[in-house]
Design a protein around this ligand. Structure first.
Ligand code: PHE
Length: 452
C-alpha cells in the first residue's frame, strides 16, 4: 500500500477544495441562473441552501474521507461492506465528467490564446464559435493540451502539484474576478444590470427557483462524486473540518456572486439593457462575452478579454485537477499502482472518452438523444441522474446505516462542532427530500415536461 499523501495544512486543503468547487459552474452558469430566477431572491435562496444543505453534505463527505483515509470505494466499504456500491457509483461520476469538462477547458484555452494574440475581433464575429467547435481536429488539439496540463499537475502529487498550484491560482483568480467585476460595473449603462442582478423580483420566484438553486449548489460544491471524500482523506486530523467547509463555501459563493457582477452589467451595457442577451446558455460565455469585449474596443478590450479567459481557465483547471486526482486515487487505492502509471492510464482513458464529446459538435453531430449532444448526454447522466442518486444514498448511509455519530466524532477531533444539530437534521430528513425533488425535476426537465 502506498503511503497516503496529505495537504500540508488548513490553507492548502481549503484552497484545493475551493479550487475544485470554483469552476465553470460559478462563472458561467451561476450568473445566468441568477438572472433568470429573479436576481436577489435567487441569491438569497442560494445562500440559505449553501449554509444548510450544502454545508451538511460537504461536512459529511469530508469527514467520511478523513475518518477512513480512503477514496470513495474504500471509504464506504470499510464502514459497511454492503455499501461498497455507493462508492463505485460515486467513482463513476468523475470518470464521466472529466473527459467532457476537459473538452470545454480546451475551448477556454483556445479563447484565451485568441484574445492574447490580439484576435479578439475574430472571436466576436457571427458564427465563430459554432464553426470552431464543429471542426474535427482543432478542438481536439486544445482538449489534449488542457487534459495534458491537468495530468502533469496531478502527476506531481498532492502537495507539490495540487496544493501548490491551488495556492497560486486561487488568490489570482479572486483578484482577477474582483478587478473585472469593478471594471464591468463602471461600463456605461452597467448599473441597470447591477440592479437587475441584485434586486429581488418576487414575481419570478417559484418552486423551480429553489430547485434550480439546489441543483446548481450540488454541482458547484463538487458534491456526490467522491471528490470531497478523496480530498478529506488527505486532510490532517488537527485541521478543523467545520471551519474549512465554511471557508470553502465562502469562496464558492463569493466567486459565483462576483461572477454575476462581472458578467451581467457588462452584457447589459453591451445589449442596451436587453435581458434576453443573458439567456444564451453556453453561448453566453463563448458568443456573447467575446462580443462584449470586442465592443470595448482597442487594446482595452483585448486585455479584459484575455484576463477574463485566464481566470476562467484557472477555475476550470483547478476543477479538472480535482476530478483527475479523484479518479487516480480510486485506482491507486484499489490496485496499489504508482502515481505515474495511474496518471498515464487515466489520461489515456480520458482522451478516449473525451473524443466523442468533442466530435459530437461536428462530424458526429448525428448522434443525439432527446435533442442532447454527446457532451450533453454525459453531463445529463452524471449531473442530473447519478449525482442525486449517490447523494441520496450517501445521506441514507450516514443518517441511518452508520448513524451520524462516528462522523460527528471525526469533526470534533479538531474542536467543537457548532452546527452539529443542523448537520443531523439535514442529513437525515431535509437533504434526502430535497434531493428526490432535484432528481424528479431534472428528469422532467430533459423530457421537456418542465423547464428549469
Ligand atoms: N464545481 C465545479 C464548478 O462549479 C464543477 C465541477 C464539477 C468540478 C465536478 C469538479 C467536479 O464548475
Amino acid at each position: 500500500m502506498n503511503k497516503r499523501s496529505s495537504f500540508t495544512g488548513k490553507i492548502g486543503f481549503v484552497l484545493a477544495a475551493a479550487g475544485s468547487a470554483v469552476g465553470l459552474g460559478n462563472i458561467w452558469r451561476f450568473p445566468y441562473l441568477a438572472a433568470k430566477y429573479g436576481g436577489g431572491i435567487f441569491l438569497l435562496v442560494y445562500l440559505i441552501l449553501s449554509l444548510t444543505f450544502g454545508f451538511a453534505l460537504m461536512v459529511g463527505e469530508i469527514a467520511l474521507g478523513r475518518k477512513t483515509g480512503q477514496s470513495a470505494i474504500g471509504a464506504f466499504s470499510s464502514l459497511n461492506k454492503k455499501y461498497k456500491f455507493i462508492g463505485i457509483m460515486a467513482s463513476i461520476v468523475p470518470m464521466m465528467i472529466l473527459p467532457y469538462y476537459a473538452v470545454i477547458g480546451g475551448w477556454v484555452t483556445k479563447y484565451l490564446t485568441v484574445f492574447l494574440t490580439g484576435q479578439g475581433g475574430a472571436a466576436a464575429a457571427e458564427g465563430y464559435f459554432e464553426t470552431f467547435i464543429a471542426q474535427p481536429m482543432e478542438p481536439i488539439g486544445w482538449f489534449l493540451l488542457f487534459i495534458g496540463a491537468t495530468a502533469l499537475i496531478v502527476l506531481l502529487g498532492v502537495e507539490k502539484g495540487i496544493e501548490s498550484v491551488s495556492k497560486f491560482l486561487m488568490p489570482v483568480l479572486v483578484v482577477l474576478t474582483l478587478g473585472i467585476a469593478i471594471y464591468s460595473m463602471c461600463m456605461p449603462g452597467a448599473m441597470e444590470g447591477v440592479l437587475y442582478y441584485i434586486t429581488p423580483d418576487f414575481s419570478k420566484f417559484s418552486a423551480t427557483t429553489v430547485l434550480a438553486a439546489m441543483g446548481q449548489l450540488f454541482y458547484s460544491m463538487s458534491l456526490a462524486m467522491g471528490i470531497m471524500i478523496t480530498y478529506g482523506s488527505y486532510m490532517k486530523k488537527d485541521v478543523s473540518i467545520e471551519a474549512s467547509v465554511k471557508q470553502i463555501e465562502l469562496f464558492d459563493t463569493g466567486v459565483a456572486f462576483l461572477a454575476g457582477l462581472m458578467v451581467i452589467p457588462a452584457v447589459f451595457s453591451f445589449s442596451g439593457g436587453d435581458e434576453s442577451a443573458l439567456g444564451k446558455g453556453p453561448g453566453l460565455m463563448f458568443v456573447t462575452l467575446p462580443k462584449v469585449f470586442n465592443s470595448i474596443g482597442g487594446v482595452g478590450g483585448g486585455i479584459v478579454g484575455t484576463l477574463f479567459f485566464l481566470l476562467v481557465l484557472f477555475a476550470a483547471l483547478t476543477s479538472s485537477i480535482s476530478l483527475m486526482e479523484t479518479v487516480v486515487s480510486i485506482f491507486r487505492d484499489k490496485f496499489g499502482w504508482s502515481r505515474k502509471t495511474t496518471c498515464i492510464i487515466v489520461l489515456l482513458g480520458c482522451i478516449g472518452l473525451g473524443l466523442p464529446s468533442s466530435l459530437g459538435f461536428g462530424v458526429w453531430s448525428g448522434i443525439s438523444f432527446a435533442g442532447l449532444t454527446i457532451l450533453d448526454m454525459f453531463d445529463f447522466a452524471s449531473n442530473s441522474i447519478l449525482m442525486p442518486i449517490v447523494a441520496l444514498i450517501t445521506c441514507y448511509f450516514i443518517g441511518y446505516v452508520i448513524k451520524p455519530q462516528p462522523l460527528i466524532d471525526e469533526v470534533e477531533l479538531s474542536g467543537k462542532f457548532g452546527r452539529k444539530k443542523m448537520f443531523v437534521v439535514m442529513i437525515k430528513y431535509i437533504a434526502p427530500i430535497c434531493i428526490i425533488l432535484i432528481l424528479i425535476s431534472s428528469v422532467l426537465d430533459v423530457l421537456g415536461i418542465m423547464k428549469i
